[in-house]
Design a binder for this molecule. Structure first.
Ligand code: GLN
Length: 492
């Protein structure tokens, strides 16, 4: 039989339809792969029994001719999505023992479309981070290694478990969430595709909140076509999320076939940072050349407030996080550390339950929201956020999509940047503007760094125009023909 875990979702759906293999066989292959990938620490919770039961149900539907859009495909779920009856940790000690009695809207949609759950994937604590090093459940290792250097690398973050699992063929695809780049940056570090949809495109209901005005759910896959398939299932209005938008979900997969001829691609001159390796710039120029060859027209655009995006994000995101995380008090969820008084119970629980990065964010967030500093920081940041969104609106009068590098570097070694939060925050320099503006962004693997690590290009689009973003991403994917596999898969 073919190497089942090497198939894309699209290829697996074909194989299932032709009865080349069953979902039970595909899922069993993934359960084995998930066990083999344990050294990467990508999964916090494995649910093999549930997976095999779901696979059997899928095969029964298929036998009756009732198969659905993602029937029988084994997925990993970022452990920020609440899953009924399966512990949900958000990578935090404070949620220890928390088992939701409900299912997030997006995961419910995936199960309703026939997908199979392999387990819950590791992440930075409460999705705060860029390297998957802040999880209470341990760091995640990338399946990649630099050429001639066996030091473990980070998979990116916060959806590092999702990225590592998909790249190491321990899930056919995974869900991620992206508040400031957490789908796109790990996708670029591990050579996979990651899509952050428009804010409001996917329901946030049942996803543990980090920064509610920025958080978005999205797919992490091994091809642009797979991202289009999965996006079609994840997207859609949900009455339970007041910020989800009630507009029709297009056929994203069909949109991939359209031509890109005559579309204009904006190249923002501000997307360069000091110390950015020359090879990132070269990838970018290569991407522009590919799109030109496909008939697109490059235009220089200006996003003048880009330099303020990172500081703005690191005010707004912690402000919202400090408010969202106030609910973890030892009374209602997970961990409880007793104390002599109610205040002491709160203090003891939060002191023991949150890690250092989460505490840092709660402190920053509380500070910028406090009387006396609110106007100087939070209000100012909100105003700059509007200017950043306006930059994009103006740029989109001149172009249809924008092309940038996804990240200013390739993956770095585990242990690097760990004692320097600002260096870590710099990782998000090209991704946070899209979250602040609420627009969609896609990372597509475009090539290798000089030491053999994946690099990604980012396609940004107009709000709710994921179709064009995916279509342009598909052009880059075809031109790049990225096929290098991580060293973890060597020998397969
Ligand atoms: N790295 C960013 C942060 O630490 C983004 C995280 C995310 O998108 N969840 O906040």
């Amino acid at each position: 039989m073919t190497d089942l875990t090497g198939l894309t979702m699209a290829a697996a759906l074909d194989g299932l339809a032709k009865k080349d293999f069953s979902s039970a066989e595909l899922t069993a292959a993934y359960v084995t792969a998930m066990e083999k990938a344990r050294p990467l620490n990508a999964y916090i919770t494995e649910t093999p029994d549930q997976a095999l039961a779901m696979a059997k149900a899928s095969d029964a539907r298929r036998a009756k001719g009732e198969s659905r859009a993602m029937d029988g495909l084994p997925l990993g779920i970022k452990d920020l999505y609440c899953t009924k009856g399966v512990q949900t940790t958000a990578g935090s000690h404070i949620l220890g023992g928390f088992t939701p009695t409900y299912e997030s809207t997006v995961t419910q949609k995936l199960w309703d479309a026939g997908a199979v759950m392999l387990g819950k994937l590791n992440l930075d604590e409460f999705a705060m981070g860029s390297a998957n090093i802040t999880s209470y459940y341990g760091t995640v290792e990338s399946p990649w290694r630099k050429a001639g250097d066996n030091r473990p690398l980070v998979p990116g973050g916060s959806s590092g478990g999702s990225a590592a699992a998909v790249a190491a063929h321990a899930a056919i695809a995974a869900t991620g969430t992206d508040t400031g780049g957490s789908i796109r940056q790990p996708a670029s570090f591990t050579g996979i595709v990651g899509l952050k949809p428009t804010y409001g495109r996917c329901s946030r209901w049942g996803i543990v909140a980090f920064a509610s005005s920025l958080d978005q759910a999205g797919p992490m896959t091994r091809s642009v076509t797979d991202a289009a398939i999965m996006m079609g299932v994840m997207a859609g209005y949900d009455a339970k999320d007041s910020t989800s938008v009630d507009i029709a979900v297009p056929d994203y997969r069909a949109a991939l076939d359209g031509s890109v001829k005559g579309l204009r691609v904006g190249i923002p001159k501000e997307y360069r940072v000091d110390g950015m390796p020359a090879e990132i710039e070269r990838q970018w120029q290569q991407g522009i050349a590919w799109l030109k060859e496909a008939g697109m027209e490059p235009v220089e655009v200006s996003l003048p407030h880009t330099k303020h995006a990172l500081p703005t994000y690191y005010i707004i995101a912690p402000a919202e996080a400090s408010s969202n995380l106030a609910r973890y008090d030892g009374v209602r969820y997970g961990l409880r550390v007793e104390g002599d008084s109610l205040d002491k119970l709160y203090e003891n629980t939060r002191a023991a339950g949150f890690g250092a990065e989460v505490k840092r964010r709660v402190l920053i967030g509380t500070y910028v929201l406090s009387a006396g500093y609110y106007d100087a920081y939070y209000l100012k940041a909100q105003k700059i956020r509007t200017l950043i969104a306006d930059d994009f609106k103006k740029a989109y009068q001149q172009c249809d999509v924008i092309l940038t590098p996804t990240s200013p570097s390739a993956a770095f070694a585990l242990g690097e940047k760990m004692d320097d939060p600002v260096a870590m925050y710099m990782q998000d320099v090209f991704t946070v503007p899209a979250n602040l503006a609420g627009i969609p962004g896609l990372s597509v693997p475009s090539g290798l760094s000089s030491d053999g690590l994946p690099l990604g290009l980012q396609v940004l689009g107009k709000a709710f125009d994921e179709e064009t973003v995916l279509k342009v991403g598909r052009v880059i994917e075809k031109a790049a023909a990225f096929s290098t596999k991580p060293s973890f898969l060597a020998g397969e």
